[in-house]
Design a binder for this molecule. Structure first.
Ligand code: ZN
Ligand code: ZN
Length: 235
């Protein structure tokens, strides 16, 4: 009965592709085949520490070995490379109220974590917070919304224990050193994460400066481990 009802509903109001808005065919589940085709993927063999391509015989890539202190988390996993379709979707999701993309992105994030997160035990998901002023002008924190949907898929609670201590400038055009200065001490704990094993969620892994600052705040607050999950990874 439920199935009949749901096919009648599909017929009356077909599910739309969150990527391009066209009606999904019955074989297409969450996104149309065209959008999926155009969506680039990350290499299968990845560095566990940064989620980028593995580049040698060692487990960790050269960049991670060089930047050991700048990557204080345990594992980093991303769902997409930050280019093409994924880049466009993140932009929509972040700045244009593209919340309809959230379930699809949460599904891809859950998949990426199940595949590359190993069997890392976790206690909860921490969304990287926006400064209250930015949140007010944007109306929502996209990462917060995503953390809730992802949590349901992974069976983990959202633990919004971080806050921004000050407003930071937009980083899109900054180099690594500028980003590092921009976000230094930009986060603090609102509630104690002591003893928790946490998964920090953000939209894009670029230089890792924001993720580093947020991870350090959690570790300073007593978190027992922090791993990182982002929608996309700059390559
Ligand atoms: Zn589409
Ligand atoms: Zn690496």
């Amino acid at each position: 009965m439920v199935r009949i009802l749901s096919s009648i509903l599909d017929f009356l109001a077909p599910k739309l592709c969150p990527g391009c808005g066209r009606a999904l065919l019955s074989a297409e589940e969450e996104m149309c085949a065209d959008c999926l085709d155009e969506c680039a993927t990350l290499p299968e063999r990845r560095c566990p520490r940064c989620g980028g391509p593995a580049d040698g015989l060692l487990d960790e890539c050269r960049q991670c070995q060089l930047e050991d202190d700048d990557r204080p988390w345990k594992l980093a996993v991303s769902a997409f490379p930050f280019e093409g379709k994924a880049r466009h979707w993140i932009h929509e999701f972040k700045y244009r109220g593209g919340l309809h993309l959230a379930p699809f992105l949460a599904e891809r994030l859950a998949d990426a974590w199940r595949t590359y997160g190993g069997n890392e035990p976790l206690d909860g998901i921490v969304p990287v917070p926006l400064h209250w002023f930015r949140r007010l002008t944007r109306g929502y924190n996209q990462t917060d919304v995503l953390a809730g949907l992802l949590g349901r898929r992974l069976g983990l609670p959202k633990i919004p224990c971080l806050r921004r201590t000050r407003r930071t400038r937009q980083q899109a055009r900054m180099n690594k050193e500028e980003r590092r200065r921009n976000v230094r001490h930009a986060f603090a704990c609102r509630t104690s994460p002591a003893g928790r094993r946490l998964l920090l969620l953000d939209d894009v892994f670029t230089t890792g400066s924001t993720l580093k600052a947020a991870t350090e705040a959690l570790l300073d607050g007593g978190a027992s481990s922090v791993s990182v999950l982002t929608i996309a990874r700059d390559l």
